[in-house]
Write a protein that binds this ligand. Structure first.
Ligand code: F6P
Length: 357
């Protein structure tokens, strides 16, 4: 038996832990692992791949990024989330399948986010032996309670807030930190709570900057002259504007810039010196946390178990402290968003965090 693995879409800490898990579990079964390079692109003839043996994966558990490379562009790119489903053309699928057949790959593990798993679902429906492993720092896939990479991203946010806290206090400034997460506010909310932010603005909860101004003024009156604000890149300005770095017409677009917009407006409204900082890809890079290493490894081992059982068309999923699986079709195109009335949001409010609502 040969089992293939590829990483597709944006990278995130823990991808190498999945590879480590797949290679270890496959080796115990006497299977060979073929690692395709640069996502689905590695499947195109003549095939861009490497054979992965346990000795090839020594030391990768602690490494960020992916030893296989990844891409969210190319011949197989699908639009992400919110009902935008792109089909990969038949001719590309046929060419890629030829590589699989030539190599004798009997199962293909796709480690990807919503867009890549949507492509995986198409391939499964066309008869491919697909197993999905969910991956995203955004933690916004509905069919899994956690994705690896999220904890590492949150840790980076917390570290940044700890640093912004001290400089903000020294200068009595408002410090605004823009974080990733696309249409979900998980990174902002978890990072904000753990990092001691005073204000957290997320896509799921429309906010008023006048309310944030009043909150900052109230803090001033109480003797707290510095305020830490976390804003998720996908939050909308009060006028409904989604702040993007490029055109958001016709598909995937890059979010970014809301931190500067919020900071400028808060300085105008409060008269307080305000600075913005965008954390960007620091959240995606670097070594995975212990939790992400373990989760990634367990996901990889489960992927091999599914292949052994011939349970194709399924995605590994983490639910109630167990790693299990769900049909890929139940997992894709459904974002898991922050619920404004959830216990987590109410807890944040209970400790005095302003969500601008
Ligand atoms: O989905 C993961 C993510 O890091 C988002 O949080 C962010 O909006 C996006 O990817 C950035 O993508 P890129 O690396 O293509 O700029």
């Amino acid at each position: 038996m040969k089992i293939g693995i590829l990483n597709s879409g944006g990278d995130c800490p823990g991808l190498n832990a999945v590879i480590h898990g797949v290679v270890g579990a496959a080796d115990q079964l006497g299977w060979e692992v073929i690692g395709f390079r640069d996502g689905f692109e590695g499947l195109l003839p003549p095939g861009n791949f490497t054979v992965l043996r346990p000795k090839d994966t020594i030391g990768i558990l602690k490494m960020g990024g992916t030893i296989l490379g990844s891409t969210n562009k190319g011949h197989f790119a699908a639009k992400v989330g919110k009902g935008d489903i792109a089909e990969v053309p038949n001719e590309i699928v046929a060419r890629a399948k030829q590589t699989m057949d030539d190599l004798g790959v009997g199962a293909l593990v796709i480690v990807g986010g919503d867009g890549s798993l949507t492509t995986g679902l198409q391939l499964y429906r066309e008869g491919w032996p697909i197993i999905g492993v969910p991956k995203t720092i955004d933690n916004d896939l509905s069919a899994t309670a956690f994705t690896f990479g999220f904890d590492s991203a949150v840790s980076t946010v917390v570290d940044a807030l700890d640093r912004l806290h001290t400089t903000g206090e020294s200068h009595k400034r408002v410090m605004v930190l823009e974080v990733m997460g696309r249409h979900a506010g998980w990174i902002a909310l978890w990072g904000g709570i753990a990092g001691g932010a005073n204000v957290v603005l997320i896509p799921e909860m429309p906010f008023s900057l006048e309310k944030v101004r009043d909150f900052i003024n109230q803090r001033d009156a109480q003797g707290y002259h510095s305020t830490l604000v976390v804003v998720a890149e996908g939050a909308r300005m009060p006028d409904g504007d989604l702040v993007t770095l490029d055109s958001n017409e016709g598909g995937e677009f890059r979010l970014g810039g809301i931190g500067d917009r919020v900071a400028a407006k808060l300085q105008e409204l409060t008269g307080k010196e305000t600075r913005a900082c965008t954390l960007g890809h620091l959240q995606r890079g670097g070594a995975p946390t212990a939790l992400d290493r373990i989760l990634g490894m367990r996901f990889g081992v489960m992927a091999v178990k599914l292949a052994e059982a011939g349970s194709f068309g399924r995605m590994v999923s983490y639910q109630s402290y167990h790693v299990d699986s769900v049909p890929i079709e139940d997992a894709v195109n459904q974002l898991r968003l922050v619920e404004p009335q959830s216990e987590l949001v109410l807890a944040a409010k209970a400790v005095g965090i302003c969500l601008g609502d």
